[in-house]
Design a protein around this ligand. Structure first.
Ligand code: NAD
Length: 357
């Protein structure tokens, strides 16, 4: 099968395969859409079984970035990069510099950032050979405190305001005190989300395959530990998937008690039809790429000279975007994931026509 016939190809502008024999780099950069601006998206390093698996992942993720940036109101398109390598074993400075050269060769049509398998330290190696990297600059937040380039706290802040808006819509309450929330995965984002919720008086149930992460949440936030296989079925008001994709499937949706789904994970729906399944069960779903845009909003701002107040306002506006989606979903009787896709596509079309006019 060629790239053009791949089921996830769906209108990609460019797909670039890179190989550097000296460092062993094997990488794919996918640029889905640059209608709104240069394609921004993370660089994932993963021990994919083969090139086909890597291609499927990069195509799916880059298209998601187009929609995410469009919904966040950013002047950016969607792209993503994957490196076929074991992040524990194969990640050498030479490999990262070779990846930087591949990114540089695209002349700014693709801007890279952190993702699974890459850290701020890795990005600094990439930045030795390319100018097109974000998420490495230390920044001052609105309280004057200095933070590393890590976007996770910004993502968690966006999920928190988005969760609040979704609870208001679905449960008709503004106060999070006593709200019962189950968090699947208390890693970088899940931990910060738990902190925000704890400070707001919510009660927490958490799961993680990493026992230390669970123990930290239990100790710091008084959370109740739940087996990873059962967290989706916890007797709570809100389910927050903050681990891997496909947490919402026919099986898990059938067992859920929560009336709200609001979490950071990418690609939460196992299939598009699961959005409708949630709607039919009366569960309000905050579309993943809308609620988890805080990180991209944060790193994208480095491009214009980082302004913490501007970033904060954009992240807080995630709540307004979700409210708009819920109003339209209610009016048209549609699942929220479908409404989000439609709004993003309208924004892209408007911009493309505006450019042509
Ligand atoms: P992370 O790796 O720090 O955290 C994920 C956590 O999930 C880990 O602690 C891991 O042990 C746990 N986990 C894995 N499988 C699990 C399972 N089956 N059950 C329970 N826990 C499990 O990653 P992160 O940066 O916190 O990102 C979390 C999710 O949010 C990912 O899907 C990521 O793509 C998405 N996301 C992250 C950001 C960001 O800024 N970091 C931005 C947008 C989206």
């Amino acid at each position: 099968m060629s790239v053009f016939e791949h089921p996830e190809f769906r209108g990609h502008e460019r797909v670039v395969f890179g190989h550097d024999p000296d460092s062993g780099l094997r990488a794919i950069v996918a640029i889905h859409d640059t209608t709104l601006g240069p394609a921004l998206g993370g660089c994932r390093i993963w021990h994919y079984a083969d090139g086909d698996e890597a291609l499927t992942d990069v195509l799916r993720l880059s298209r998601g970035m187009t929609y995410k940036s469009a919904m966040a109101g950013l002047p950016l398109g969607g792209g993503k990069a994957v490196v076929i390598a074991d992040p524990q074993r194969d990640k050498t400075p030479e490999l990262l510099r070779a990846m930087g050269r591949l990114v540089e060769s695209l002349n700014g049509s693709y801007i890279t950032a952190e993702d699974s398998g890459t850290s701020v330290a890795d990005l600094r190696h990439l930045a030795e050979t390319t100018r097109y990297v974000v998420g490495i600059t230390e920044k001052r937040d609105e309280n004057g405190e200095i933070h590393s380039g890590d976007p996770s706290p910004a993502t968690a802040r966006g999920v928190y305001v988005g969760l609040h808006a979704t609870v208001r819509e679905a449960l008709g309450r503004d106060d999070l005190h006593g709200l019962r929330v189950a968090i699947q995965g208390v890693g970088n984002v899940g931990y910060h989300l738990a902190r925000h919720l704890h400070e707001a008086g919510a009660r927490l149930w958490v799961s993680d395959i990493n026992e230390q992460s669970v123990a930290r949440a239990v100790e710091e936030f008084g959370a109740t530990a739940v087996e990873p296989e059962r967290i989706h079925a916890a007797e709570v008001d809100v389910f927050a998937p903050c681990a891997l994709g496909a947490a919402l499937s026919r099986e898990t949706i059938g067992e859920m008690h929560a009336r709200v789904v609001a979490g950071s994970a990418n690609n939460q729906l196992a299939t598009d039809a699961d959005g409708e399944r949630l709607r039919q069960r009366g569960i309000l779903y905050a579309p993943d790429y809308v609620i988890n845009a805080g990180g991209v909003i944060d790193v994208a701002d480095e491009h214009h000279g980082y302004d913490a107040l501007r970033v904060r306002a954009r992240i807080d506006a995630i709540a307004d975007t979700l409210t708009e989606i819920y109003a339209r979903a209610h009016r048209d009787g549609l699942p929220t994931n479908e409404v989000a896709d439609r709004i993003a596509e309208e924004r892209l079309r408007r911009s493309a026509h505006g450019a042509a006019a």
